[in-house]
Write a protein that binds this ligand. Structure first.
Ligand code: GDP
Ligand code: MG
Length: 177
């Protein structure tokens, strides 16, 4: 409601990017609704979801944008990135190509995104230990090279999801306040 908006001191736009089926929508629903779906519906996505975070006596509203499946066609437009203060770049630890494609997503971020955007690299599906092909060390060293924060998550088992989003939001808050 508008009353609730009035109680917010900050509004932060953040975007989720990464290949199709890496788990972006489930990370978002886990963070904003504590929900996870085994069957995914890639073409029916919400545009964004909110969660309010308190920093001392200040309230920040995190507005997190999700794709509605446009990433399949590499058809994400510049308006998706416009005004975003943070980006979560997600890959799937069981599919090497999704990790390889992180470079493309970073390239797009640098082309369309805000210069001092907070970027967090996330290797999702850490619960799938037997099908892992991207080691945590691979993600970590790539993140270090690119000067990004890095975390592995499982939207399914709710591992590190809260940490990954809160890390990004906290960094944005530090810059904005
Ligand atoms: P998106 O296309 O990046 O938004 O990916 P989705 O969130 O739609 O997820 C794609 C598929 O991966 C779905 O079948 C999800 O149930 C599954 N998935 C998402 N996150 C995880 C996870 O952390 N672990 C496992 N095992 N499956 C996941
Ligand atoms: Mg999705």
């Amino acid at each position: 409601s508008s009353l609730y908006d009035d109680e917010c001191d900050y509004l932060f736009k953040m975007v989720l990017i990464g290949d199709s089926a890496v788990g972006k929508s489930n990370l978002l629903s886990r963070f904003t609704k504590d929900e996870f779906r085994l069957d995914s519906k890639p073409t029916i996505g919400v545009e964004f979801a909110y969660r309010n975070i308190k920093f001392g006596d200040k309230m920040a509203k995190a507005q997190i944008w999700d794709t509605a499946g446009q990433e399949r066609f590499r058809a994400i437009t510049s308006s998706y990135y416009r005004g975003a203060l943070g980006a979560m770049v997600v890959y799937d630890i069981t599919r090497w190509q999704t990790f390889e494609n992180v470079k493309k997503w970073l390239h797009e971020l640098r082309e369309y995104g805000n210069r001092d955007m907070v970027i967090v690299l996330v290797g999702n599906k850490s619960d799938l230990v037997d099908s892992r092909v991207v080691n945590a060390a691979d993600g970590q060293s790539f993140a270090q090279l690119e000067d990004l924060c890095f975390m592995e998550t499982s939207a399914k088992d709710n591992l590190n999801v809260e940490d990954a989003f809160l890390h990004m939001i906290t960094k944005i808050f530090e810059i904005a306040s």
